[in-house]
Design a protein around this ligand. Structure first.
Ligand SMILES: [Fe+2]
Length: 297
């Protein structure tokens, strides 16, 4: 009884047209403005949307929608969260309809990261067509990708996702930097019930935007390279050059979104259909190659 995948994220932005341009001309998502002009829905697959960008007076990440495979799992996970003394707000009918789910409920992890737990797979009923010609995004039962969340309560936050939401360890690393703590800073990569290497990771880093990064996956290295070219042409800040991670083998680059957090845009992420035969790893070198970071912005 566990979360299966990352279904969606919600984001706040002061500039929906900047997000629309970024989504359509760089990411390759299809952007649709809500009737009232206050919400931008980004579609990357058969679901009606995976990113909802909401007009506000601040730019920040709001929450992750974590999906259970069905109602029984959803209720079992919610029970565990409730029994742990976490305050839960049940989703209302309008919010449920807007999210294209059967039910959802909101609560925070120990670090204050907002979660919406949900179940129910609604398909749009029309084909996804990328406005820039991305052939597809790698989603399906694995969800759309992953989120890497900040925490100042590393142990508790990690335990929350594992003990209450049913995640398992995929990989852990310690990040060392000059002037940083001697024991380094922890990053924990956790898998949901689905085969994606990690759907949620937590890192002992601050993130003023509310999110360290989110990831979308495309089918081939050419799709990653083409997106890299589009990001450069659009003047988008490249937070990290192309490289391949050691833990999930993702070949990717990172770019800054209009809401201040990064999108990792990658391919080749490892998949594990049977987690019972997988031993979690400890990574001592973050990348096999590449991924040179630019923290100037
Ligand atoms: Fe990532």
């Amino acid at each position: 009884m566990a979360v299966r995948s990352l279904a969606y994220i919600r984001v706040q932005s002061r500039d929906l047209s900047a997000w629309s341009r970024f989504a359509e001309t760089v990411v390759g998502a299809a952007a649709t403005m809500d009737d009232d002009g206050k919400r931008l829905l980004l579609r990357i697959d058969a679901r009606p949307w995976r990113f909802r960008i909401e007009l506000a007076d601040t730019d920040r990440y709001l929450c992750a929608g974590l999906e259970c495979a069905g109602e029984a799992d959803y209720l079992a996970v919610l029970d565990r969260v409730r029994n742990a003394g976490v305050t839960i707000t049940d989703g209302d009918p309008v919010g449920t309809r807007e999210r294209h789910v059967q039910a959802f409920a909101s609560f925070n992890d120990p670090a204050g990261n907002a979660i919406e737990l949900c179940w129910g797979n609604t398909i749009a009923g029309t084909p996804f067509v990328s406005p820039i010609g991305v052939p597809s995004f790698v989603t399906g039962e694995m969800g759309f990708g992953h989120v890497v969340l900040p925490t100042d309560k590393y142990i508790e936050t990690r335990a929350f996702y594992k003990d209450l939401l049913g995640f398992g360890d995929s990989d852990e690393m310690r990040v060392y930097f000059p002037g940083g703590p001697e024991k380094g800073l922890g990053m924990s990569f956790m898998h949901a019930a689905g085969p994606r290497h990690h759907a949620v990771a937590v890192g002992e880093f601050p993130a003023p935007s509310g999110l360290i990064h989110t990831m979308v996956e495309v089918p081939s290295v050419d799709d990653v390279g083409l997106a890299y070219d589009r990001a450069l042409a659009a003047g988008v800040h490249i937070s990290s050059t192309i490289g391949r991670h050691t833990n999930d083998k993702m070949l990717s680059f990172y770019m800054r979104t209009p809401s201040g957090f990064d999108i990792e845009y990658g391919c080749d992420g490892q998949q594990f259909p049977d987690w019972s035969v997988v031993t979690p790893t400890f990574t001592i070198k973050e990348d096999l190659w590449g991924h040179k970071w630019d923290f100037s912005q």
